[in-house]
Ligand binder design. Structure first.
Ligand code: SAH
Ligand code: SF4
Length: 354
């Protein structure tokens, strides 16, 4: 059986705004629940940003279709499989294959080949998460049959009005479609991951509380959420709406991690890279207060500079080895240990089948 705690919207708002002794108590409770339910091990996923080709124009994102400043790339099947094997060599039990959103038969088929090859070459040792945006049901099903078993699709914000203010108003960027994809993925038995951006122009603490309740209602197995960070070539960076400062976005992101851990003690929660873009040890702090997943980058270093979703993205010039050494050396500072060579499925997913 899955484990939920019930909090009112007002209680969550108060958690998100807490400071001093109340904040300390919040973090202590979330860390305690994490230790009790999912344990102190930190699961690892090697992140492979395999293509920055995108058909969408999300107003916040650096690799949106209309941004001509990046060279567009697409790793070959062999390169993606080699990156996955590099992840295995470094001891990561799972990989995340992430890309821009691209709906084409060629793309679907190619990713199918990649999935099958990773399964065969690693003898099933590597767990595979996909993060390739909105796709038709038959495509999600095909990729599942080829070996993917987790899918990450952030709702970005559960507030329809806010969602519409951060996307172009056309049929390619529809809130209802995003919701439909999340339901489809769930129906297909993927381990479902979703999440939000924190500190968007016009976003309030009340909206964030609704987001956390939305994630609980959606019954996600995994969550990745982190601060929104401006990208100079993305139009949202010119917004005149009221916004939290970067420091406030960082703090709110940590508080969201802690509050979600209380709401859903048995899910996997990622310590996201965007936290590290604001504070060098942001990910480790997130682990201390309730997150239990890290995603070290294994993308070939020559592509990283063209996959900048936001400014100040960390580790752009670093090799997979460098990111591995961060996990080895920095993570233990938080008192938590990386868990090598384990898929690291979420306990909630396992609990659901009991
Ligand atoms: N194309 C896929 C996956 C790649 S984008 C998709 O959109 O689902 C992965 C995530 O990066 C997005 O879901 C979004 O939450 C995050 N992202 C994009 N631009 C960002 C920014 N400026 N600041 C913080 N996160 C951002
Ligand atoms: Fe494309 Fe994803 Fe960026 Fe939107 S967030 S522009 S879908 S890569």
């Amino acid at each position: 059986m899955v484990i939920n705690n019930f909090l009112s919207k007002q209680e969550i708002v108060s958690y998100l705004q807490s400071s001093g002794a109340q904040l300390k108590a919040l973090y202590a409770r979330s860390a305690q629940l994490r230790d009790k339910y999912v344990g102190s091990a930190v699961y690892l996923r090697g992140l492979i940003e395999f293509s920055n080709i995108c058909e969408k124009d999300c107003l916040y994102c650096g690799i949106r279709k209309s941004n001509a400043t990046y060279e567009r790339y697409e790793l070959t099947v062999e390169q993606i499989v080699a990156s996955a094997m590099e992840a295995e060599r470094l001891g990561y039990g799972s990989v995340v294959l992430q890309s821009g959103e691209w709906q084409s038969g060629e793309f679907v088929e190619k990713l199918g080949q990649v999935l099958k090859a990773i399964k065969t070459k690693s003898e099933g040792k590597i767990g595979i998460t996909l993060s390739c945006g909105e796709q038709p049901k038959e495509v999600y099903r095909y990729w599942f049959e080829c070996g993917a078993h987790r899918y990450l699709l952030r709702i970005e914000t559960s507030n329809k009005q806010l969602y519409e203010s951060i996307h172009p108003r056309n049929e390619k960027h529809q809130f209802e479609k995003r919701l439909e994809c999340l339901e489809t993925l769930k129906g297909l038995k993927y381990q479902l991951g979703s999440g939000i951006m924190i500190g968007l122009p016009g976003q309030t603490v009340e909206m964030l509380a609704d987001d956390l309740l939305f994630l609980q209602k959606l019954d996600v197995d995994m969550c990745g959420m982190g601060p929104y960070i401006e990208h100079a070539d993305a139009p949202l960076s010119n917004s005149k709406k009221s916004m939290f400062s970067l420091d406030e976005r960082y703090r709110l992101s940590l508080n969201c991690v802690a509050a979600l851990r209380i709401l859903m003690p048995d899910i996997n929660i990622a310590a996201t890279t965007a936290l590290q873009a604001i504070k060098p040890l942001g990910r480790e702090v997130a682990i201390e207060i309730g997150a239990n997943v890290m995603m070290p980058n294994v993308t070939p270093v020559e592509c990283r500079g063209d996959y900048l979703l936001y400014s100040n993205k960390p580790c752009v010039d670093e090799s997979p080895e460098c990111c591995a050494s961060c996990i080895d050396h920095r993570l233990p500072l938080s008192g938590y240990k990386p868990q090598y060579r384990k898929w690291g499925d979420s306990l909630r997913y396992q609990n659901r089948s009991v």
